[in-house]
Design a protein around this ligand. Structure first.
Ligand code: AMP
Length: 367
């Protein structure tokens, strides 16, 4: 810590990572390259991140004693998933700095609070309404129209906890199937493309955004990211400005991802924010091989209190996720010229499970 109470790690210090998935694993690998150690906390004994660190804590997120011991062993704490329970974050924050800060989780864990926050900043989103009963759902449909997307306010990911409601559907049945009392209804956005911005913000407020990524989903799960996105420079600048505004308004420290829709309104393209992820993000995996500094390194630099890097992109990049049985093709990928293969060391390839990814870079021509 510095005299002003800001985090400032030295090589050899230890970062605590909550969550043991592939994101935690790649964060720990980036930290190691900078001479920092990591300790991973995860309730899953098969956590892929455990394989790359010397010290791991395998305990439940509600295990206060394990959390306290973990906090005592580390210098700063970060997380690789946004649904860190508030009580867990509180126990940890009482002992060590937690970055990004706990208050950010309160905004990003709840789709309604997040949308209200984005709207207050004057940034566009799909039209939305708070829904808490069949009656409020009917009122929301009357205002927003159909088709629309109903999403649980909390704990949704990869298309889970959401349904499209179309003309002729029975909204009450869909509401009951969703099995929640707190949701939002969003206007269905007829987007041209989906893009994201990976932004990093330092303890001192320096913001660095990567070039805008274009994302293609299959069955609601990210399949391909391509960089640069096929959008105008003007729109790309607008998307990056949105991410910077969000990071600054949250007083964010670390890497965050802003997922956006590109829509055309009155013949002009514009962006609408879909979601904020307060962590490193799958759509930023291309930065491992496609940029001079990866999103994982930027996050580690930020939470260590170090200056961010100015990432240089190496060319045109495609990132392909290996999902479920795709992993069985890894040997074929190993033989693809110019491809870099990342395997997460997970066990059985279940459908929808992210098992690895491949980056292909077409180098930029020297001018
Ligand atoms: P989310 O969990 O909110 O990121 O949504 C997952 C995916 O569902 C998005 O990446 C979109 O492809 C699609 N989606 C979500 N919300 C909407 C919407 N309001 N209109 C159209 N498609 C949507």
């Amino acid at each position: 810590m510095t005299a002003e109470g800001k985090v400032k790690l030295k090589p050899g210090d230890t970062i605590g990572i909550l969550g043991g998935g592939q994101l935690g694993r790649m964060l720990a690998m980036a930290a190691a390259r900078l001479g920092l150690k990591c300790q991973v906390f995860s309730p899953d004994p098969d956590s892929p991140a455990f394989d790359v660190v010397l010290n791991a804590t395998c305990a439940e997120y509600a295990d206060v004693e394990a959390l306290e011991l973990f906090a005592n062993d580390v210098d700063v704490i970060t997380y690789e998933f946004e649904n860190v329970p508030a009580a867990t974050a509180m126990v940890l924050a009482a002992r060590r700095p937690v970055l990004p800060a706990q208050t950010i989780l309160e905004t990003t864990q709840d789709r309604l609070i997040e949308k209200d926050f984005v709207k207050r900043l004057g940034i566009g989103t799909a039209d939305y309404a708070d829904v808490s009963s069949p009656e409020t759902l009917q009122a929301a449909i009357a205002r927003i129209g159909l088709p629309a997307v109903i999403k649980t306010r909390r704990f949704g990911y990869d298309g889970k906890g959401q349904s499209i409601i179309r003309e002729g559907d029975d909204p009450v049945r869909i509401w009951e199937e969703l099995g929640t009392k707190s949701a939002i209804l969003e206007a269905f956005v007829p987007f041209e493309r989906e893009i994201s911005v990976i932004a990093a913000r330092s303890v001192d407020g320096q913001v660095e955004c990567y070039d805008v990524t274009e994302n293609e989903h299959r069955d609601h799960i990210l399949k391909f990211s391509r960089v640069p996105a096929a959008i105008s420079d003007e729109l790309a600048a607008e998307a990056r400005a949105v991410a910077e505004k969000i990071a600054t308004a949250l007083d964010y420290v670390g890497v965050l991802a802003v997922e956006l829709f590109v829509v055309t309104e009155n013949g002009k393209p514009k962006v609408l924010v879909n979601e904020i992820a307060p962590r490193v993000h799958n759509s930023g995996h291309w930065t491992l091989d496609g940029a001079s500094i990866s999103q994982f390194e930027q996050h580690i630099r930020a939470i260590a209190g170090w200056p961010l890097g100015k990432p240089v992109r190496h060319g045109e990049i495609t990132m392909t996720n290996l999902i479920g049985d795709d992993i069985l093709t890894y040997e074929r990928w190993l033989a693809v010229p110019g491809a870099t293969v990342h395997l997460y060391g997970k066990g059985a390839p279940r459908p929808g499970r992210k098992m690895g990814h491949v980056t292909e870079v077409v180098p930029a021509r020297r001018k």
